[in-house]
Design a protein around this ligand. Structure first.
Ligand SMILES: Nc1nc2c(ncn2[C@@H]2O[C@H](COP(=O)(O)OP(=O)(O)OP(=O)(O)O)[C@@H](O)[C@H]2O)c(=O)[nH]1
Ligand SMILES: [Mg+2]
Length: 448
C-alpha cells in the first residue's frame, strides 16, 4: 500500500559541515514547522518559495539553532506535496535533534529515494527523469554529467514518447480496421504497414547502438594483469600519479586486487592492480590470484603487461581472458631493453620512467570508445534497464514484421504492437496504454 505520511530527511551529506539541509514533505509538513519555528506565521503568510530566517526550538533541546526556512506549496514543489526545506548549521547534534523533533511531531524518516519516488507518483517526473536525478547526483566526470543532464532535460523521454506514439498510431489503425470488413473501409496495404514498422525498428536500433558508448557514463573497469614482477603495481601508481600500491623487486608483492578510479577524458575508469599470475602453494597468494581471475572476468578492457626482457611470452593470462574482452598487449621495462622490437598493434612502455604512458592512455580511451571518441550532443542510452526494455520492444516489432509478411489477419499483429508499446512505456513509467488509447479513439471519427 502507498504510504503518503509526512517524511523527513537530511538532504545534504551527513557529517559536520557549514550548512545542512533538512527536508520535510507531506500534508503535515507546515504543521510540524509551525510547532518548531518562531516565525512560522510569517513563513505561512508570505508567498511560497520565500525564505524566512528565525529560531528553531524543540521540546527536547530548547532553543536549537538559527535557520532559514523555505516552504513550497503542493503541487508546485519537488515532490508535488507541501514541502519545507530547513537550512540549519551543519552540526551533527543540531541535525539529529531537528530530525528527532520532526519525528516526535508525526513525521517519519524517508526511505532512500523517497522524495523522488513521490515526485514520480505525483507526476512531477517520469521514470527516466527520476533516474536522471540519481545519475546527476552520482556524476563524477564530464561525460556522466552530460548524459544525466540530457536525460533530466527530457530528451530521452521525448524520443521514447515519439517512438511509442508511432506504435500506438499503428495499433489504433489496425485495431479499427479489424472491426470493419473489406467492403466497409479500405484497408492499409501490408507493404505500407511493413514500411512504417521498419522506420520504428530503425530508430530503436539506432538508440540501442548508442548504449555501447552510453554505458561508459557509469564508468569502465580496466584490469592490469600479467606475470609477477613485470611492473603492474608500478604502472598502477604511474596512472594514478601517486604512490598508492606497494612496489618491490620481489615477485608476489601484490596479494590482493586493489582498485582506484581515474578520469580518462571524461570516462570514469576503475583501474585494478592484481596479483601476478603464477603457480604457487602460498594460500594468501592463491586467494589473490583467484581475485585477479574474477577481476579479469568482469573487465571492460584488460591491460596485459609483460616484461620486454622476458624470453618467452606469458600464456597464463591469455587463457583467462574471454574473447569478448578487449586486450591491450603492453611491454614494460622498455628502458632496460630499448632494442626490443614492438609487435604491430602493441605498445612498449616504461612504468618507471613514464615513457609511452600518454600513448597507453590514448589507446585505452580509443579502445573504450571503439575508436569513435565520445559524442557531442546526441541522446545516448546509458541505463541497462532502458536497454533491455527497448530490446524487448524491438523483438515485439520484429514479430509484427513477421506476421505482416505471413499475410494472415492482423489479430496477432495488434497484440505484438501493444506489447512493444508497453515495453517502451515501462521505460518512462507511462505503461497505462488504455489511457493513451482512450485519447486516440476519442479523436477518431468513424461514425459508429
Ligand atoms: N627499470 C624498470 N624497472 C621497473 C619498471 N616497472 C617496474 N619496475 C621494477 O620492477 C619491480 C617489480 O615491480 P612491481 O610494480 O612491484 O611489479 P608487479 O608486477 O606489481 O609485481 P607483483 O605484484 O609481484 O606481481 C620493482 O623493483 C620495480 O621498481 C620499469 O618500467 N623499468
Ligand atoms: Mg604488484
Amino acid at each position: 500500500m502507498l504510504d503518503f505520511s509526512t517524511i523527513v530527511a537530511l538532504s545534504t551529506h551527513p557529517g559536520r559541515a557549514a550548512i545542512a539541509l533538512v527536508r520535510l514533505s507531506g500534508s503535515t509538513a507546515y504543521q510540524i514547522v509551525t510547532a518548531l519555528f518562531d516565525r512560522a506565521d510569517e513563513l505561512l503568510q508570505r508567498p511560497p518559495a520565500n525564505a524566512v530566517t528565525g529560531l528553531i526550538t524543540t521540546p527536547a533541546s530548547g532553543q536549537l539553532d538559527e535557520v532559514i526556512i523555505t516552504r513550497y506549496r503542493q503541487p508546485h514543489s519537488y515532490t508535488g506535496e507541501d514541502l519545507v526545506e530547513i537550512s540549519c548549521h551543519g552540526s551533527t547534534y543540531i541535525v539529529e535533534q531537528l530530525l528527532k523533533a520532526c519525528c516526535d511531531l508525526g513525521a517519519r524518516p524517508a526511505t532512500p529515494g523517497e522524495f523522488t519516488r513521490r515526485a514520480f507518483l505525483n507526476d512531477k517526473l517520469d521514470l527516466t527523469g527520476a533516474e536522471s536525478v540519481e545519475a546527476l547526483i552520482n556524476a563524477t566526470t564530464a561525460f556522466s554529467h552530460r548524459n544525466a543532464l540530457i536525460q533530466l532535460n527530457g530528451r530521452l523521454y521525448d524520443l521514447l514518447r515519439q517512438m511509442r506514439q508511432q506504435i500506438i498510431d499503428l495499433y489504433a489503425l489496425l485495431e479499427a480496421e479489424l472491426d470493419f470488413s473489406e467492403e466497409e473501409i479500405t484497408h492499409t496495404p501490408a507493404g505500407e504497414l511493413r514500411q512504417r514498422v521498419n522506420i520504428i525498428i530503425r530508430s530503436q536500433e539506432e538508440l540501442l547502438a548508442s548504449y555501447r558508448l552510453g554505458r561508459l557514463a557509469r564508468g569502465a573497469q580496466v584490469v592490469i594483469t600479467g606475470p609477477p614482477n613485470v611492473g603492474k603495481s608500478t604502472l598502477m601508481n604511474r596512472l594514478l600519479r601517486e604512490d598508492r600500491v606497494i612496489v618491490t623487486p620481489e615477485s608476489g608483492t601484490t596479494r590482493d586486487a586493489v582498485s582506484a578510479a581515474i578520469d580518462i577524458q571524461g570516462i570514469l575508469v576503475t583501474l585494478w592492480d592484481t596479483a601476478g599470475l603464477r603457480d604457487t602453494t602460498d594460500a594468501v597468494e592463491q586467494e589473490g590470484i583467484a581475485r585477479s581471475q574474477r577481476a579479469i572476468q568482469s573487465a571492460d578492457v584488460v591491460i596485459h603487461l609483460q616484461d620486454c626482457q622476458a624470453e618467452l611470452p606469458d600464456a597464463a593470462a591469455t587463457e583467462l581472458i574471454s574473447p569478448a574482452v578487449s586486450v591491450l598487449q603492453v611491454w614494460n621495462k622498455y628502458d632496460l631493453n630499448p632494442q626490443f622490437t614492438v609487435p604491430a598493434g602493441q605498445l612498449a612502455i616504461s612504468a618507471a620512467t613514464g615513457t609511452g604512458i600518454e600513448e597507453l592512455l590514448a589507446t585505452l580511451y580509443e579502445t573504450l570508445t571503439g575508436g569513435e571518441g565520445l559524442p557531442g550532443d546526441e541522446v545516448l542510452l546509458t541505463n541497462l534497464r532502458h536497454y533491455q526494455l527497448l530490446q524487448q520492444a524491438r523483438q515485439h516489432l520484429l514479430e509484427v514484421k513477421r506476421e505482416l509478411s505471413a499475410g494472415v489477419d492482423h489479430s496477432l499483429v495488434v497484440i505484438f504492437l501493444r506489447d512493444a508499446a508497453e515495453a517502451i512505456g515501462s521505460i518512462d513509467g507511462s505503461f497505462d496504454i488504455e489511457e493513451v488509447l482512450d485519447g486516440i479513439f476519442s479523436r477518431f471519427c468513424i461514425g459508429k
